[in-house]
Design a protein around this ligand. Structure first.
Ligand code: HEM
Length: 155
């Protein structure tokens, strides 16, 4: 039995190492970004950038009208992002088609908001891999947010 001890130990170490690596690989994007404080830093910073961005802030007069409205919008965005990145939040608001229906969001406006998001991720020093994953998820929403006209209805 003694003879097998090193092999048994090595097997344990190997399995332990693989499990640890596996656990890391299974971490959600939400966790890898840094959890709730990181999500809030992304959402708060993005909204501040949007409200200061003359390419898009005309869409956000309601969100800019008071601190209360701004904070409410930041909160909704944070919950949506948390849920989209595999976090524990439950987003119970309207889906992206309903939330943006009739707002006439253009492709250029979407791209400007995406640029603001990249700038915010870079300010927060989000690593390249996570930054690309965030942008892939948010980018995939473009067809739902940029709709062809104010009266468009999709079933
Ligand atoms: C880039 C990805 C985007 C995401 C993830 C996103 C997400 C959201 C969410 C979660 C809400 C809140 C919905 C609710 O509970 O009522 C919202 C509202 C809104 N979105 Fe977006 N949105 C995006 C892009 C845009 C763009 C490009 C525009 C226009 C340029 C836009 C304009 C608005 C406006 C005006 C509101 C209402 C804000 C308020 O008055 O409170 N969104 N969006």
């Amino acid at each position: 039995m003694r003879r097998w001890l090193p092999a048994v130990l090595a097997a344990f170490l190997l399995i332990g190492g693989l499990t640890a690596r596996g656990a890391d690989a299974e971490k959600t994007l939400y966790e890898r970004l840094g959890g709730q404080p990181a999500i809030e830093a992304v959402a708060n910073g993005l909204v501040d950038r949007i409200l200061a961005d003359n390419r898009v802030n005309k869409w956000f007069t309601h969100a800019a009208a008071s601190n209360e409205n701004t904070n409410a919008y930041k909160g909704k965005l944070a919950t949506f992002l948390c849920a989209s990145f595999g976090g524990p939040c439950k987003y119970t608001g309207p889906d992206m088609i309903a939330a943006h229906r009739g707002r006439g969001v253009t492709s250029e406006a979407f791209n400007a908001v995406a640029q603001d998001l990249v700038a915010q991720l870079e300010q927060l020093k989000v690593p390249e891999k996570e930054k690309n994953q965030v942008m892939a998820i948010v980018g995939s929403l473009k067809p739902y947010i940029v709709q062809s006209g104010p009266s468009e209805k999709r079933n």
